[in-house]
Design a protein around this ligand. Structure first.
Ligand code: PLP
Length: 398
């Protein structure tokens, strides 16, 4: 009976599901795992998460919280003490006065993307977003019936968004602009003057900015500068940040959005509808993450910098590869344009023939053609192993 049901029933999906994209990293990971199951040795440079464990003080606080009964709902917008701790952190790092009622705690980085579009973008509105860029932006814009307007990030501009090009893309229908610095997948960083020029390009139009700052603490040089810090943009900026990358807490699902307090009320209502609240013991651990010892963040960042230096130096020695030096996050984005290969074909060949899993630049949009993304969230030893394999493969095939 149940068999008949599963074979005969036709799945009728809502039309919008055809517009829902995905993140290729998870698909490549599954393919790499399948090859491993056949006995192949794969170096994993596809997935974007720190290879470090969550720092011990944070884990201990989370475990204690469970034992102490932090197993119930919290307010939808988050625990008041965590919202307070986040407001203090934002005030300190972005040089603005931020208060707890402007902070909404959510399960990870992604909900702030989704909620921002849900809350302020109508059908047919235009949303400008970086390409190459985090694929979830385009997926969510299309899913919600808005019009995705990509802005190309160019290698010759160090993958920094060009404010003049942005000005040309803004129309009467533009409702929201997505910025992401430090940037996934290129590791580029907007300079303070870029952000000021972007603010000038926006002017006083009714355009919101979603500023994805999830990598703001993972910097190798320079200083992070948020559009929040610009007086005239403060109220039109929704800032996304979280604990996944900074504190190696991807599996805890903890992040936050910061926005004007009127909008925050609606984010809170979205939380009530979608998640009820973020897990309570996770939030207690988040307070420790922000207020406790920060040395693990510094150590992790220093280690990423060592790996970045090694990877960039060595990949640039391989014929056909040319790599800019990323300034933040934990990705490298070398060009393979000189080889004449497409990104997809080379990423597939590296996985199947060289045992190195990476992502095609096109996993981040059309403008990623001619590039590959390697995550450097793996040990120096494994990075060297991957580079040896890529060099040997390139010698044979390019
Ligand atoms: C730019 C960017 N924003 C947001 C996220 C989402 O983070 P989370 O896994 O915490 O939802 C990621 C994760 O890779 C990211 O790269």
């Amino acid at each position: 009976m149940s068999e008949a049901l599963t074979t005969q029933a036709e799945l009728r999906l809502a039309k919008r599901m055809a517009r829902l994209g995905t993140e290729t990293a998870f698909e490549v990971l599954a393919r790499a795992r399948a090859l491993e199951a056949q006995g192949k040795d794969i170096v994993h440079l596809e997935i974007g998460e720190p290879d470090f464990d969550t720092p011990g003080n944070i884990v201990a606080t989370g475990v204690d919280a469970l034992r102490q009964g932090w197993t119930h709902y919290t307010p939808s917008a988050g625990l008041p003490e965590l919202r307070e701790a986040i407001a203090e952190e934002v005030s300190r790092t972005r040089g603005v006065k931020c208060s707890a009622d402007e902070v909404i705690v959510v399960p990870g980085g992604k909900p702030t993307v989704f909620f921002s579009f849900m809350a302020v973008v109508e059908d047919g509105d235009e949303v400008i977003y970086p390409n190459p860029g985090f694929p979830i932006y385009e997926s969510m814009i299309s899913f919600l019936g808005a019009k995705p307007v990509p802005i190309q990030l160019r290698e010759e501009k160090d993958f920094r968004l060009d404010p003049n090009e942005l000005a040309d893309l803004i129309t009467d229908r533009t409702r929201l602009i997505v910025l992401n610095s430090p940037h996934n997948p290129t590791g580029s960083m907007l300079e303070p003057q870029d952000v000021r020029d972007i603010a000038t390009a926006i002017g006083d139009r009714e355009i919101m900015v979603l500023s994805d700052e999830i990598y703001s603490r993972l910097l190798f040089e320079g200083e992070h500068f948020s559009p929040m810090s610009i007086e005239g943009l403060r109220d039109r900026t929704i800032m996304l940040d979280g604990f996944s990358k900074t504190y190696a807490m991807t599996g805890w699902r903890l992040g936050y959005g910061v926005m004007n307090r009127e909008l925050a009320k609606y984010f809170s209502r979205l939380m009530t509808n979608v998640n009820s609240c973020t897990a309570s013991f996770t939030q207690v651990a988040g307070i420790e993450a922000l207020r406790g010892d920060q040395s693990s963040v510094e150590q992790m960042c220093a280690e990423f910098k060592r790996r970045r230096d090694r990877f960039v130096e060595r990949i640039n020695q391989i014929d056909g590869f040319r790599c800019r030096v990323p300034k933040g996050a934990f990705y490298t984005f070398p060009s393979i344009r000189e080889t004449g290969w497409t990104s997809r074909k080379m990423a597939d060949a590296l996985l199947e023939e060289a045992g190195v899993a990476c992502l095609a630049g096109t996993a981040f949009g059309q403008c990623g053609e001619g590039f590959l993304r390697f995550s450097i969230a793996n040990s120096l030893e494994n990075l060297d192993k991957a580079l040896d394999r890529i060099a040997a493969w390139a010698k044979k095939n390019l």
